[in-house]
Design a protein around this ligand. Structure first.
Ligand code: OAD
Length: 242
């Protein structure tokens, strides 16, 4: 039995948190078969995400950037939400603030999901700015809008601003939370990672590895998301109905 998990579950039972925010990163989707960015399996043809997820890379070589995205889009299309996504979605009133672009929290049925980095199955015209859902693979890479301009994934790249509305919603939710559960993020990509420090009060990290956010959290549970998130959610529900 994991001693930190026991302590975290005890704290939940004592505090009966009514407003829980889940702050998630790539690790929450690892058990759905989507590789994380950093760590084993995170590389694609020896590129790091910082080499490809940039406006400069897209301007220089849109075909290679799109090939990376088409590989990732296929993984996302084939993936299913795992036990962590499903447990989070089953907690009434929970807010999910995610850096993930895979849409798996919403597919699991989560009520409120704030996507800080956009969504990989949506695209945007680089000239007109219009966005639309485009989940299927494109016949021609890089794909083009009807206006003739390039389409790009509707995601946030390094060096770009996060969407104002998503940031505002995330800040309100995290500041107002009784419990912040930080799952599967390396905590090194800002400004998203900085949002964790907006929270005062009980916070629990779920991650098999230590991260720069570990010391900010009240409890750190060294485990996989799908293994312990359901237990955490059960404890929250039991505490709130006791
Ligand atoms: P990372 O790939 O940086 O980190 C994934 C984290 O998940 C690591 O800390 C792992 O230890 C942890 N992890 C792995 N398997 C896990 C599991 N089964 N359960 C729980 N945790 C697990 O992913 P992010 O922190 O999400 O941005 O990366 C942040 C941003 O960097 C991404 O949104 C993306 C990327 O480049 C952009 O593309 C702008």
């Amino acid at each position: 039995m994991n001693a930190s998990l026991d302590k975290a579950l005890d704290a939940i039972r004592r505090r009966s948190p009514r407003r829980t925010v889940f702050f998630t990163g790539a690790g929450v989707s690892a058990e759905s078969g989507i590789p994380t960015f950093r760590g084993a399996g995170g590389l694609w043809r020896n590129f790091r995400s910082e080499d490809l997820a940039t406006p400069e890379a897209f301007a220089r070589d849109p075909k290679t950037v799109w090939e990376w995205y088409e590989w990732r889009r296929e993984l996302v299309r084939d993936a299913e939400p795992n036990a962590a996504h499903r447990a989070i979605a089953a907690l009434p009133g929970a807010v999910v603030v995610t850096q993930n672009v895979d849409g798996l929290h919403a597919r699991a049925g989560a009520h409120e999901v704030v996507e800080l980095h956009g969504n990989i199955l949506r695209v945007r015209c680089v000239r007109e700015g219009g966005t639309f859902d485009a989940p299927s693979a494109f016949d021609v890479i890089p794909p083009r809008c009807a206006c003739g301009s390039l389409l790009r994934p509707d995601v946030v790249w390094f060096g770009e601003m996060l969407p104002d509305e998503a940031v505002a919603r995330a800040m309100v939710a995290i500041r107002g939370a009784d419990l912040l559960v930080v799952i599967g993020t390396s905590g090194v990509v800002y400004p998203a990672a900085g949002m964790v420090s907006l929270h005062r009060g009980l916070s629990i990290e779920i991650n098999p590895a230590a991260t720069p956010l570990t010391t900010n959290c009240t409890y750190a549970v060294a485990a996989k998301a799908a293994d312990v998130t359901p237990q955490l959610v059960d404890a929250i529900q039991e505490a709130c109905h006791a």
